[in-house]
Structures are given as C-alpha cells and as structure tokens.
Design a protein around this ligand. Structure first.
Ligand SMILES: Nc1nc2c(ncn2[C@@H]2O[C@H](COP(=O)(O)OP(=O)(O)OP(=O)(O)O)[C@@H](O)[C@H]2O)c(=O)[nH]1
Ligand SMILES: [Mg+2]
Length: 297
C-alpha cells in the first residue's frame, strides 16, 4: 500500500483547544495547555505515525491582532506554518460560535479564504453543547463555504471524534514516504519542552499580566556526575515590580513554582533533576527585537 505523509497546521483563535487536540491525537503531553489565552507562543511539532500514514502536526499560537513584537512573531509562526503545510486544520470553539464572520471578526483570517490548500474545520468542545442538534446548522453554514473542504465535530478534551478527524486528514495528505522514523514524537529539543513546562506552571499560578510578561530561558541543561540532571533556568519579566510578584513574600511563591516545575519535568524526563530558577528583569522584552531574538523568536 502506498504511504501518505505530510504537514498539518493547527490554527485557530486563542483557547480554542489547538494544543489539547495535538496532545490528544498523540496521546501524550507535548504542547502546554492552560485555561488562559495565548498559551502557545512558538510552533510545536508533533508527529503522528500509523501503519501507512505520517502526519506532522504543527501547533501554532492563537490568531490575534498583534499589539507588540512578541505578538508579531507569534503571528509570523502561524503564517509560516500555513505556508509549509499540506493541509490546514482550523479549530473552532463551538461553544463560542454563532457565524463564521462573527466568530472571526476580531482576527485576520482572509489568507485562509484564498488559499489553495484543503482546509478541514474541527468543531471543538462539542461536549459543552447539550443539544447536539444545534450543530447541524453550523455544519451546514461551514460546508457551504467553498474554501472549507470538510467539517468534523470533535471534543479534544473527551477524545471524541478524533479517529474520524485523523482519517479525514489522511485523505487530503499527499502520497509519499515518511519524513521521520515511526518512534519520533517531535523534533524539538528536550530543552524547549522543559522551558515550556516551566512556562505552563507560571501560566497556571499567576494572574493578570504576569503570565503574558514572562518568558523562560534555559541556561544550563547537563548531566551531573551523580546521575541527576542539572537544569538552570531564567524567568524573565518586564518590570522590577513583576520580579517581586514572581518571587513572593520570603521567596515562597518562587519556591513553590520550582517544586511544581521540577515534578512536571521529572515526570517528562523520567529521571530526577536538580532545578535552579532565577528571576531577571529585561525591560519591555516583548517589544524589543533583540530580546525576542535571544529568546528564540
Ligand atoms: N470542554 C472542553 N474544553 C476544552 C476542549 N479542548 C480544550 N479545552 C480547554 O480549553 C482551554 C484551552 O485549551 P488549549 O489547548 O490551551 O487551547 P489553545 O487553542 O492551544 O490556546 P492558545 O495556545 O492560547 O492559542 C483549556 O482549558 C482546555 O482544557 C474540549 O474539547 N472541551
Ligand atoms: Mg496552545
């Protein structure tokens, strides 16, 4: 049987469940997920391999109107991912959806209307819709659009409809040999996932501007003679006042962030680690290309 293989960009508005979907399809926790918008900032690659098909998913940051250079970089990742993909998987939060134009009114989506690639829409979070009949007019509206190839209701969280979705994506993939060995789940370095895990803990444990003003940078990542891994990371914030909030009274808050992160990382690496966290201020880093570049954007 001929093999199929190709790239699928997962795009959609913030919080629609893109990263949850990637993790659910791969049955692992690759991309970080939080209840807050703008969780994903960089492209996250996840490789799904079955007997005859390999799908390389690219999880992307949620679509938004850029307010500063970090946002701009995030939207460039989305554009690049769309450009490099064979199929676009557009995720919609069904619970927030009325019509296409209304749902996407606050973001730029025109590039998708004119694209020559297949666009598959996944209507996500259908577990929140009590009366499933409500989905029918939505599916009808979306399938009537010429630029949309298929519409598939799913719940990424409840693992519902994902087999159907994968089969559908397979249909649209080009024939060709696999790009990666079957055992590869991603091509991104462990360092990247470790920094993302710390960022996730910060997203889940601080409110307001803090998660958005924070970046995590891994300084050192090495095996020590006692067999433990030594990881040293900087938590970068934009203002001195934020540094105080991150650290907390008597350093308690930072300590708890360190403990939570360590547990997550140890589970992921399946080995004991020693984690060292420093908080550093880089004035308005989200607006400054030099800082953004040094953080890998
Ligand atoms: N009820 C329900 N919640 C979901 C579903 N999929 C995702 N969520 C929740 O929606 C929130 C956002 O999920 P993410 O996967 O981080 O969303 P995202 O689209 O990657 O968000 P950004 O990275 O910010 O663009 C989380 O709290 C998820 O648990 C679903 O099928 N049903
Ligand atoms: Mg995400």
């Amino acid at each position: 049987m001929t093999k199929k293989s190709g790239y699928v960009a997962i795009v959609g508005k913030p919080n629609s469940g893109k990263s949850t979907l990637l993790n659910a399809v791969l049955n692992t926790k690759l991309s970080i997920v939080t209840p807050k918008i703008q969780t994903t900032r960089k492209r996250v690659l996840g490789i799904f391999t079955s007997d005859n098909t390999q799908i390389i998913f690219i999880d992307t940051p949620g679509l938004l109107k850029p307010m500063h250079n970090l946002h701009k970089a995030m939207m460039e990742y989305v554009e690049l991912s769309i450009k490099e993909s064979d199929v676009i998987l557009l995720i919609i939060d069904t619970d927030k959806y009325k019509t296409f134009d209304e749902y996407f009114s606050d973001v730029t989506i025109n590039q998708l209307r004119n694209i020559s690639k297949p666009i598959i829409v996944a209507l996500n979070k259908t577990d929140l819709i009590e009366n499933k009949k409500k989905l029918l007019p939505v599916i009808k509206e979306l399938t009537d659009y010429k630029f949309i190839s298929e519409v598939i209701p799913i719940s990424a969280k409840k693992n519902d409809g994902l087999d159907t979705l994968v089969l559908c994506l397979e249909k649209y993939l080009p024939s060709g040999e696999f790009f990666y060995d079957a055992e590869y789940l991603s091509t991104q370095p462990v360092r990247f996932f470790v920094s993302e895990m710390i960022r996730e803990v910060i997203f889940l444990n601080y409110e307001k501007e803090i998660p958005y003003s924070t970046e995590v940078f891994i300084n050192e990542f090495k095996e020590r003679s006692d067999g433990k891994w030594f990881i040293s990371a900087d938590i970068i914030v934009e203002k001195q006042s934020q540094k105080g909030i991150i650290i907390g009274a008597g350093g308690k808050k930072l300590k708890s962030i360190g403990e939570k992160s360590r547990k997550e990382i140890e589970e992921y690496l399946q080995k004991e680690i020693y984690l060292e966290l420093f908080v550093k201020v880089r004035d308005n880093w989200r607006k400054k290309p030099v800082f953004l570049k040094s953080f890998g954007y």
